[in-house]
Design a protein around this ligand. Structure first.
Ligand code: SD4
Length: 339
């Protein structure tokens, strides 16, 4: 089912449903969630393994959440979680099946950040599906943080990643159609935004994050957005928490959004307050925020979460205690009429 029709259906019925062993809770607003950090009888914080992600990807949080419940560490869980969407042919903004660039090539960006502060990223990579796992390899197996283009692809083969054609027939046909007008008009919330950014908190209280995307559909060759840029698309500080962005990357980069959110949490803001402040910075900037979507999600060390977006329509998945909740985000602006 296309994400948009799923939104409409769930918004109308508001019913829960089951996928495998995982209960998907009713749609709730992020603000309606209980956000009390649980404590033991002795007053010590209890850590509840948690996975959150951008947009409505219940299978991804279910995968990461189940692994966390089985004792997996935050980094392993987050890589496996986002891999679900990288392999999802129906997701046209991540991995195989994604929308190509203007030249008809699918090029992927991803980054990861580990609890110890290490990070890795790959940009503009072709022919590799699991680019978050590849970013992890850059982090763990090279002295570098970022590899781009052919260099990243060559490294992937050396690490045993298979070469795969990422352009599906459907996306090729859509691109052929698009070429007739070459009309580049991103539509808020729909075709151009389905990047998955995920944060995981494991039983030891460690936080990891990953972000993986094809960026913007029909982007210029070589264009890179915020998603693989540490501090912009993703940031983790294991003493504080983490944040991930989705939406028009150019605007996230200008405000170093994810780093900003973690710093605001360090200063005492809740994840929700920090996400709202980061969006407020963009809204206050000279860029015309009525014309693009940006959303943030954040989590602190207690498993408290927040999300906020410029436009209506963004939601975050949150898996905690075997419940996979779809949390509608608060926003600055209602959807424009054309949507
Ligand atoms: C980018 N932030 O490349 C990404 C796009 C995105 O959902 O989030 N799409 O700018």
């Amino acid at each position: 089912m296309k994400r948009r029709s799923f939104i409409q259906r769930t918004a109308i019925t508001g019913v829960g449903m089951a996928t495998g062993a995982t209960l998907i809770g009713c749609q709730q607003k992020q603000g309606e969630q209980q956000q009390i950090a649980p404590k033991s009888a002795e007053g010590r914080p209890i850590i509840i393994p948690t996975a959150i992600c951008t947009w409505r990807f219940p299978e991804a949080t279910a995968k990461a959440g189940a692994l966390l419940s089985q004792g997996a560490n935050a980094l392993d869980a987050v890589i496996e979680g986002v891999a679900v969407e990288e392999a999802n042919l129906d997701n046209t903004t991540v991995g195989i099946g994604a929308t190509p660039d203007r030249d008809g090539a699918v090029t992927l960006d991803a980054c990861v950040m580990a609890p110890n502060g290490d990070c890795g990223a790959v940009m503009a990579v072709e022919n590799i599906v699991h680019v978050a796992a590849l970013a992890r390899k850059v982090m763990e197996e090279t002295p570098h943080v970022i590899l781009v283009g052919h260099g990243a692809e060559k490294f992937a083969y050396a690490q045993g990643f298979p070469k795969e054609d990422l352009l599906t027939e459907t996306e090729q046909q859509k691109w052929e159609q698009w070429k007739k007008t070459s009309n580049y008009q991103p539509v808020i919330n729909i075709e151009n935004h389905d990047t998955i950014g995920m944060l995981t908190l494991d039983k030891d209280g460690d936080i990891a994050g990953a972000c993986t995307t094809s960026g913007l559909g029909y982007k210029m060759k070589g264009r890179v957005g915020d998603s693989p840029i540490i501090g912009a698309g993703l940031f983790i500080d294991n003493e504080i928490g983490g944040a991930v962005a989705t939406g028009l990357g150019e605007e996230v980069i200008k405000t170093v959004g994810s780093f900003l959110i973690v710093e605001l949490m360090r200063q005492g803001k809740s994840p929700q307050e920090a996400c709202e402040e980061a969006i407020a910075r963009i809204v206050k900037s000279p860029s015309d925020h009525t014309q693009f979507q940006i959303a943030y999600i954040a989590m602190n060390k207690s498993g408290q979460t927040g999300s906020y977006s410029i436009h209506q329509g963004f939601s975050m998945m949150k898996y905690q205690n075997s419940i996979n909740n779809d949390l509608l985000s608060d926003y600055v602006l209602p959807l424009p009429e054309k949507n």
